[in-house]
Design a protein around this ligand. Structure first.
Ligand code: FES
Length: 148
């Protein structure tokens, strides 16, 4: 069962850096796991705790927020605010009995296609090792109960 587990990862990617880095990885044919679903945001400062929690509610096993390098945010402190929120969500997850490591803040520049791909690979493997999100399991089980 665990062998067949393919984690679902949501990556909130800032338009100015991580999203462009993902594009660069694609154009350089640097592969990264298809498990990562990218959501483009204008700045990671726009990603609120509720967006991250909603991703878990919708079945994500792990979520990361990828923003500009420190000092490079186009909205000055968006990435710093995002990092605070990610830490809050980590604490919240732990409070409800989940691993805080299921959510992470990552920074990179637009030119870091290889870093984007490496991050996607490493995060996917980390979540694969943690196993399915308990929220995803609970949703699946309640679906089965409703169907059966
Ligand atoms: Fe990229 Fe703010 S503009 S994190």
């Amino acid at each position: 069962m665990t062998d067949a587990f393919e984690p679902e990862i949501v990556a909130f990617c800032c338009h100015y850096c991580a999203y462009t880095a993902a594009d660069m990885a694609g154009s350089k044919r640097i592969s990264y796991p298809p498990n990562v679903k990218i959501i483009r945001v204008p700045c990671t400062g726009k990603v609120d705790a509720i967006h991250i929690m909603r991703a878990f509610e919708k079945g994500a096993d792990g979520v990361y927020v990828a923003g500009c390098l420190e000092g490079d945010c186009h909205f000055k402190t968006g990435n710093i605010r995002a990092a605070h929120r990610v830490r809050r969500v980590q604490a919240l997850l732990e409070e409800i009995g989940m691993e805080g490591g299921r959510v992470e803040m990552i920074t990179m520049s637009a030119g870091m296609g290889e870093r984007f791909a490496q991050t996607a690979r490493e995060f996917t493997e980390k979540i694969r090792a943690l196993g399915p999100s308990p929220i995803r399991d609970a949703i699946r089980q309640s679906g089965r109960r409703a169907a059966g």
